[in-house]
Write a protein that binds this ligand. Structure first.
Ligand code: ADE
Length: 252
């Protein structure tokens, strides 16, 4: 997958693209990311890319000639799917991530909070508009990073075990189950007995039940999208206290 980012602040992306999973995905060639400074496409000798809004009002608006020239110049063969990050776009969720991850090439355009000249839309230079949530950021850069990271997890080979991607929150319209690691006791709290049992079938049932319980409590809207399945809430047998977090007796 190849992703090109158009921004006024290319430096913003430097370290996130080098770190962690994203850095490794790019380093190993599984994901190709290019960041382009839209100012390069300014016709102004001072590289001006934004200007005051006609009609007055606060803030600056990204100029149509700059954005249009940048999009057209960076368009690929075959063409990339052109996405503007903006608070008035379609709200990003896992389904939209899956959908965008099907594309071989994406062109992410980072808008500014006050917006881009409407004529970029009117000219049909964008294929889709995406928002990362109902709040306003100063620009699309942080939103583009959110999208990029979510997309990278869907590129085969980026996440170590494909299974861990399939299991995680939202992929199946369920929240994740609780996780525990060493030490076995922390500030008087133990670990659910079932997780120490070595019985993988029981562990699996416990996790499904906890996922469902957490989804019911925190995100019932997800259950409306994929209703509860028969047996999904089934508790593993003989585990005591239903495998919930419990105060442990001292270990060993
Ligand atoms: N730019 C400013 N706010 C944004 C948001 N919530 N999502 C995407 N892009 C943005």
């Amino acid at each position: 997958m190849r992703i090109e980012i158009l921004t006024l602040f290319p430096g913003y992306f430097r370290s996130p693209l080098e770190e962690s999973l994203l850095g490794r995905a790019i380093g190993s060639g599984l994901l190709e990311v290019a960041v382009t400074d839209m100012r390069l496409y300014s016709q102004d000798r001072h590289r001006k890319a934004d200007d005051e809004p006609y009609g007055g009002g606060p803030g600056m608006v990204l100029m149509a000639p700059v954005v249009a020239a940048a999009i057209e110049a960076r368009q690929d063969v075959p063409p990339a799917w052109r996405v503007l990050l903006t608070p008035d776009g379609r709200r990003l969720d896992q389904a939209l991530v899956e959908n965008l991850a099907q594309r071989d090439r994406l062109l992410l355009v980072c808008g500014r909070y006050e917006g881009i000249d409407e004529r970029v839309r009117e000219l049909g230079l964008l294929d889709e508009e995406v928002s990362v949530g109902d709040f306003v950021l100063s620009g699309g850069e942080a939103a583009a990073l959110v999208l990029l990271e979510a997309l990278s997890r869907r590129v085969p080979g980026v996440v170590g075990r494909a299974e861990s991607v399939e299991r995680e929150s939202f992929v199946r319209d369920r929240l994740d189950y609780p996780h525990y690691t060493r030490p076995r006791e922390f500030r008087g709290l133990g670990v659910p007995e079932v997780l120490l049992s070595g019985d993988h079938a029981r562990i699996e049932r416990w996790r499904r039940a906890r996922s469902l319980e957490r989804t019911r409590a925190r995100r019932p809207d997800l259950l409306a999208r994929r209703p509860e399945e028969p047996g999904e809430a089934e508790e593993p047998q003989a585990e005591g206290a239903k495998g919930r977090l419990q105060r442990s007796s001292p270990i060993d």
